[in-house]
Design a protein around this ligand. Structure first.
Ligand code: UDP
Ligand code: MG
Length: 316
């Protein structure tokens, strides 16, 4: 079997604390893959700087100077994890056969790469890295992340359970991915939609060795919310159910008011005025807010702005 021309794409946002370590571990591992004949000699590693405010880009420049196997891509500002991945992938699409994306902190065990490449050899076009054990994550991260996957699946989004953005894609898959024009690329949901033969590789999630997470709770919630609203109209349907329920309750209240009127019990009550008033205006607001959320999404997409802007590249 011929070795694959592999590109490893690594999005980096304020990763100065860990980049050297990541580089040295990866390059050793990469060389062993080359020696085993799993990947070609011209397989490379691409670091994408996602508008970091620290020395990340300087480090990437330095690495590019000392090692011709490294490609540096610098975005003009922070575009977010998913866009940084897309930039690294699309920029180099024509020069490689298959692509693996992995986080800069190597929390996703790089040793799974060999197994991924093997599966690709066996004919899988997409190989998902799936976290077997994630006891190294805090219980909070574990609970929120796992409920996120359950929620997504319940809403009909085809995410792979416990799979993040550690995956292999064949060039063919990447070409098709380019036809998904949305700016908010939620890759975990979109890649399964592209189809083709896929497989999984299990690994244990490791601890971040330096630096801190670039996904604080607020960013994590935003990411989850984007994932849900980009893929599922289920929240809108919930509003419909809620609306129907409200209507039925309103009918009962109307019947009660009419009944009171007919039997002569017509003392004007403050409670019976205020209660429905606040309740219904509240639920109206909620429904409007949710509809607004989707209209906002349409607005974002209709503008057709670029997903990312590459400012500079090194060793291309
Ligand atoms: N990242 C990025 N842009 C951002 C936020 C994060 O490129 O705006 C990168 C980050 O450098 C890392 C990966 O995305 O390589 C995942 O981030 P992190 O490890 O902080 O997330 P966690 O593993 O804690 O969910
Ligand atoms: Mg991480």
């Amino acid at each position: 079997m011929n070795p694959a021309r592999l590109l490893l794409v690594i999005p980096c946002y304020n990763e100065e604390a860990i980049l050297h370590l990541t580089y040295s571990k990866l390059s050793v591992y990469y060389n062993s893959l080359k020696q085993q004949g799993l990947i070609t000699e011209d397989s490379r590693i691409c670091f994408v700087n996602d508008g970091s405010r620290d020395k990340t880009w300087n480090i990437i420049e330095q690495l590019c100077q000392q090692d011709p196997n490294i490609i540096g891509v610098g975005l003009s500002r922070n575009f977010g994890h998913q866009s940084a991945i897309m930039a690294g992938l699309e920029k180099n699409m024509d020069s490689f056969d298959c692509f693996i994306t992995i986080d800069a902190d190597l929390q996703d065990d790089m040793n799974a790469i060999a197994a991924m490449v093997e599966k690709h050899r066996e004919g899988a076009m997409v190989v998902y890295g799936v976290r077997g054990d994630r006891s190294s994550d805090s219980w909070f991260k574990r609970v929120t992340a796992e409920s996120f996957y359950v929620l997504m699946q319940k809403m009909g989004v085809p995410v792979v359970f416990n799979h993040a953005d550690f995956r292999l894609m064949d060039r063919r898959v990447l070409q098709e991915l380019g036809n998904f024009k949305e700016i908010n690329m939620f890759l975990r949901g979109i890649v399964p939609l592209v189809g083709f033969r896929n497989d999984k590789v299990f690994y244990n999630r490791l601890e971040r060795e330096a630096g801190e997470t670039k996904y604080p709770l607020s960013k994590m919630l935003l990411f989850a919310w984007n994932g849900i609203t980009s893929f599922s109209t289920f929240p809108m349907r919930l509003v419909l159910y809620f609306g129907v329920f409200n209507f039925l309750v309103a009918m009962i209240i109307v019947a009660y008011i009419l009944f009171s009127y007919l039997v002569g019990y017509t003392v004007p009550g403050w409670t019976s005025t205020m209660l429905p008033l606040t309740f219904f205006s509240g639920s109206n607001m909620m429904a409007l807010g949710l509809i607004g959320e989707y209209i906002g999404k349409i607005y974002e997409e209709v503008k057709g702005r670029p997903r990312y802007i590459i400012e500079k590249t090194l060793n291309e």
